[in-house]
Design a protein around this ligand. Structure first.
Ligand code: KG4
Ligand code: ZN
Length: 337
């Protein structure tokens, strides 16, 4: 069965074709990063317009790569995300679903991230602990089974990706700067600045990153006032990254011990961070699963695979779903197809 996956929840247009027997057969991605860079963040109206421009050509591209003219089911991200942007994939899924008379499946964006490691040869089995870390979310989730998710902890303020992006901006690295900050950190000394590890000694499993961001901001200001920022940015980046990763790792290990997890899945854009991957692998006494780097950030493949696992959850094709907010815990196991 061939499932088309469409992702337009934020600033990437992602399209993929997943074959339930053969796995991923084609995928294409268009990033809007350059369009939004001038504004220092995602401009929703610009995002929607660019999805309109790019989505259909990307669908045509993956269909022609896969040498097929139609599919058996269409999955699209129905939330959470920017409503105007979500409507683009929802609208196309609805139109194609009616034209091709095939099932249309609305997918939860974070479930897509959580299931992205299923695209790999060695897919994790349920139950597992998931650390979902992106520009909009920082969550620890106990995934008991497909569609049975318990939220163990979340951020009380900024998402960790947002903290990476804000610090990158302070260091003049552009937007979104998480990956650039990580690259810069490779040449820095992480022990130079003692930034706080927020919440690590607090009870519970929640996160907070705004204090860390403020500490970096004050440090940057102090060094800038002394006129020495340029020579200090790699050390600041490395010290910030170490503090953020230490926080993520210590909370994740605590959650793993609490629920007796034998497997951890790390997904979402910040899951591409190599220090995070190294630290977790070195300190967790079990197996850690990641999607490959290109499926950590937003993409259509994770939506296609999530749709393939939820074929029974198809809705009337005339109904376009787009939810800015949608809790992962409200999901239910899939209806049998
Ligand atoms: O999952 P994603 O593509 O989009 C959202 O759903 O938010 O995540 C994007 C986030 C951005 O904040 C970006 O700066 C961050 O992931 N990111 C990284 C790295 N690569 C991307 N953060 C830290 N290290 C990286 N290597
Ligand atoms: Zn995402």
């Amino acid at each position: 069965m061939l499932v088309l996956g469409l992702e337009t929840s934020c600033d990437e247009t992602g399209v993929a074709l997943f074959d339930t027997r053969r796995g991923l057969v084609a995928h294409a991605l268009h990033s809007q990063v350059r369009l939004h860079a001038a504004y220092g963040g995602v401009v929703p109206e610009i995002a929607s317009r660019d999805h309109v421009r790019c989505l259909l050509p990307l669908v045509q591209k993956v269909l022609s790569e896969a040498k097929t003219e139609r599919v058996d089911a269409i999955a699209y991200t129905a939330g959470p995300g920017l409503v105007g942007a979500l409507m683009i994939a929802g609208g196309l899924a609805s139109g194609l679903g009616l034209a091709w008379q095939c099932p249309v499946i609305p997918v939860h964006h974070m479930e897509g991230h959580l299931l992205a490691p299923m695209l790999e040869e060695e897919a994790p089995e349920f139950p597992f602990l998931a650390l979902l870390v992106s520009g909009g979310h920082t969550m620890l989730v106990l995934a008991k089974a497909l569609g049975d998710y318990q939220l163990l902890g979340t951020t009380l303020d900024d998402a960790v990706g947002e903290a990476f992006d804000k610090c990158a901006k302070l260091l003049g690295l552009g937007y979104p700067g998480g990956a650039a900050l990580a690259r810069l950190a490779e040449g820095g000394d992480a022990s130079t600045y003692a930034f706080p590890r927020p919440m690590v000694n607090r009870p519970g499993l929640d996160f907070s990153f705004s204090g860390l961001k403020t500490a970096v901001m004050l440090q940057v200001k102090q060094i800038s006032d002394g006129g020495a920022l340029e020579s200090a940015i790699a050390d600041i980046a490395a010290s910030f990254q170490r503090a953020a990763v230490d926080t993520l790792v210590s909370r994740t290990l605590k959650a793993a011990a609490q629920v007796g997890a034998k497997r951890i899945v790390v997904a979402g854009g910040v899951g591409a961070n190599l220090l995070l991957r190294q630290q977790l692998a070195a300190s967790f006494d079990g197996r850690v699963y990641y999607p490959r780097l290109e499926y950590c950030t937003d993409n259509g493949a994770m939506i296609a695979v999530a749709g393939a696992l939820r074929l029974g959850d198809a809705v009337d094709a005339t109904e376009i779903r787009a939810a800015a907010r949608w809790s992962l815990e409200s999901l239910r196991p899939p209806v049998a197809a």
